[in-house]
Design a protein around this ligand. Structure first.
Ligand SMILES: C[S@@+](CC[C@H](N)C(=O)[O-])C[C@H]1O[C@@H](n2cnc3c(N)ncnc32)[C@H](O)[C@@H]1O
Ligand SMILES: [Zn+2]
Ligand SMILES: [Zn+2]
Ligand SMILES: [Zn+2]
Length: 451
């Protein structure tokens, strides 16, 4: 330590992330245990660029085959480094982050230093104050009203982890986002999305949720890699059109017009990039994307919903459930917060052997984020394999199960009951689960819905 108690020495940088449009570094402090490592903004380094250069050199050493990592905006931590944000139970109280001061005694020696962004005065433990996670990260709009209830019973580190994960999701999605373009007081649409997705509110003055991020493809969360095409099996169809039985499908999946023929509950194996058939073969529908225009609109009793802008015949692929793919454990963690908010946007990939991945569309999604529940839904969900050889990693695709008339609301069954199921017990609600009174107005409405 120097005579200036506000100066601390940096041993090395052992991680980097991009948060709220700023680079942040995981700092290992001289004379402090790894458990005292902290994430600090770049300004804390006071222009000591050689620290960053050393970190980048180390990164290249550790990942010689992936030189692009030096430029990644993803969170990255060197091997063996202690990351206080990913070891919740052992982590010490978070440190105070103060505005940068200029009290640094830079003459002391030519050791690298950081300023008292990181307050390590004595007595160290008691002098520390914590910054509330809500000051570091925005609380999502949808959670603001009940935030005190939602965070009740959660430790500061859990709250920080939750908010920082959501913040990070938005950064991960940055190359896949589409802006909302307003064309009148009541009408907007998403830029670059075709067929169009409109947003219309003629019911009240509520604006469309400003922090919802519209995405055009799946986002892979921390620790989840996109499926590896190496493991994709080819089909051996004689004709290049795949008009017969193809892949592991037990029946013909799609008609010549691309309408679904497979029964609900049957997984669908589409042709993939390793197949030798043509790009227009009969066994590629979901991978070609949505072909029907949709409108997200404000309903009278269910918040926002989705309606058809044209008649949609039976059997049409309407939309894929998009969001951030996270591990099931991360889904459980986020679910505790969402359930308390009385809503959830988590969809398990549960057609495989066990649930390994969950799609979270709370912050990021497409029109399917706004599909409301109906006890007599007009969409049915199917598990679709088109880019993955992993049985536990599949897409979730919604198909119309009857003709949907222009202007009609498009709905799904949140409890995954199949159409035609009549013997369904009425759920009474369970503590901790997001449950709401159903306003689907179908004759066989189950009255209460568990998300
Ligand atoms: C996945 S979101 C659907 C989009 C939502 N309406 C919105 O504005 O973001 C689920 C929430 O929508 C509402 N909701 C969906 N279906 C409903 C229904 N049948 N009756 C009442 N509320 C419904 C509930 O508030 C539920 O927690
Ligand atoms: Zn094929
Ligand atoms: Zn094919
Ligand atoms: Zn209902």
């Amino acid at each position: 330590m120097t005579s200036n108690e506000n100066v601390y020495y940096v041993k090395r940088i052992s991680g980097r992330k991009y948060l709220r449009k700023k680079w942040c570094y995981l700092i290992e402090w001289e004379d402090y245990a790894p458990e005292e490592n902290t994430w600090e903004e770049e300004s804390c380094l006071m222009g000591n660029t050689e620290l960053v250069e050393e970190f980048e050199r180390q990164l290249i050493k550790e990942f010689p085959t992936n030189p692009n990592l030096v430029h990644t905006h993803d969170r990255i931590v060197l091997s063996g480094a202690f990351d206080p944000e990913s070891s919740i139970s052992e982590s010490p109280e978070p440190l105070m982050v103060l505005p940068l001061t200029s009290k640094t005694n830079s003459k002391t020696n030519n050791k690298r230093q950081a300023t008292d962004n990181h307050k390590k005065g004595s007595p160290r433990k008691s002098s520390r104050k914590t910054v509330s996670p809500e000051l570091e990260y925005d609380v999502p709009e949808k959670l603001k009203d009940n935030w005190n209830i939602i965070k009740c019973g959660r430790s500061k580190e859990e709250i920080r982890r939750f908010l920082s994960e959501l913040d990070n999701s938005v950064i991960l999605a940055k190359d896949h986002t589409h802006k909302l373009i307003r064309t009148s007081a009541t009408h907007s649409h998403f830029e670059g999305i075709s067929p169009r997705v409109e947003v219309v509110n003629t019911v009240d003055g509520d604006p469309f949720p400003t922090d919802f991020v519209y995405i055009d493809g799946m986002i892979f969360g921390e620790g989840v890699s996109p499926p590896d095409p190496l493991f994709l099996a080819q089909c051996d169809c004689d004709n290049k059109l795949c008009s017969g039985l193809c892949h592991e499908n037990e029946t013909l999946v799609y008609s010549q017009d691309g309408l679904i023929k497979a029964l609900p509950g049957t997984p669908i194996y589409e042709c993939n990039e390793n197949c030798e058939c043509s790009e227009t073969c009969q066994n590629r529908v979901v991978q070609r994307g949505r072909q029907v225009p949709l409108q997200i609109y404000k309903t009278k009793a269910k918040g926002w919903g989705v309606k058809a802008l044209e008649d949609i015949p039976k059997g049409v692929f309407v939309e894929e459930y998009l969001g951030e793919v996270i591990k099931d454990t991360a889904g459980d963690f986020r679910g505790k917060f969402y359930d308390k908010a009385g809503t959830t946007y988590l969809f398990d990939m549960d057609f495989g052997d066990y649930v390994q991945y969950v799609i979270d569309s709370f912050m990021l999604g497409n029109a399917s984020h706004f599909f409301n529940h109906s006890c007599s839904p007009n969409l049915t969900v199917y598990a679709v394999y088109s880019d993955s050889g992993d049985v536990n990693f599949h897409r979730l695709a919604f198909f119309s199960n009857r003709l949907i008339k222009k202007g009609e609301e498009i709905t799904i069954d949140y409890e995954g009951k199949n159409k035609g199921d009549t013997d369904i017990p009425i759920p009474q609600g369970s503590p901790g689960k997001a449950t709401f009174r159903c306003h689907c107005s179908s004759p066989n409405c189950r009255k209460y819905i568990h998300n």
